[in-house]
Design a binder for this molecule. Sequence first.
Ligand code: GA4
Length: 323
Amino acid sequence: MVVASPNLSKTEKIRDIEIPIIDLLADRSEVSKLIVQACEEFGFFKVINHGIPHDVITRMEQQGYEFFAKPESVKQQAGPANPYGYGSKNIGLKGDIGEVEYLILQTNPLSIDHKSKTISSTDPNKFSSAVRRYVEAVKKLACEILDLMAAGLGALDPSVLSRLIRDVESDSLLRLNHYPKADDGATPPSSIGFGEHTDPQILTLLRSNGVDGLQISLDDGVWVPVNPHPVSAFCINVGDMLQVMTNGRFLSVRHRAMLNSYKSRMSMAYFAAPTLDARISSLPLLLTPQKPPLYRSFTWAEYKKAAYSLRLGDSRLNHFKAR
Ligand code: GA4
């Protein structure tokens, strides 16, 4: 069903499509197949029965709520986000603006402990232990999903993707976003919290507090809302690096976050990334004379630098196309 909303710009349409919900406890080869299909068709899917303990999630959420409830002047002490730390409205380094406040954390244990001191001066240990436990759990889940993807793609070495993010020195990030309630009263609301973009990394694991707002963009310019149900699910999406490593077979899809008029939204995104010096190129098994590499090979550091030198909505991958 296509619904043209009177509150969105005239050219925008939203469509009701359910992105796949995949049960990780189902038969392994079936799960691999479903994940590959979802990555080819939508670049997005949800997982249930993912094994992340409920208390690991609620403790992290609780720390997020407590942080965002602090006075602005206290939160600013953990900023500015250039590019890590607390930020409000300003996104990235090139002047993008959103209706969002956020905290971006590097995920290696030393940096978590260090940053926790500026985030929670009263109880830094509680904050850092919630983050460390959450990061450990989502990293494990990310590795498991990448192993299922590799198997589904027919790789002989099932850890060919996950080994890129396993390193303690991996450049993975944890981002907490807090979106205010929209005050435009419109249903569906028309204010954008975080503008359209793709994620530069390998894989994103997103958890939200049961409030909707995430939308993904289909080829034909139609926006598809990703509802936050079932509440126990994680929403997974392909990042630019995975699109490159699968030679364009998996899609790094543009998405955005809208505000809504009934409740503020908090989301927690884990961006699984390689180490800075990791070299990214297509898996050899996906290359044939008919399907030569779509992208040139580059390091994650090179790509990240390009990402920060461009605007949020720019197509970064275009700069890395093979000639
Ligand atoms: C999008 C995905 C992650 O949220 C993020 C974002 C980063 C930022 O907000 O600082 C970027 C954005 C994201 C892509 C392009 C650059 C970098 C803002 C921006 C304009 C933390 C990331 O890694 O890339």
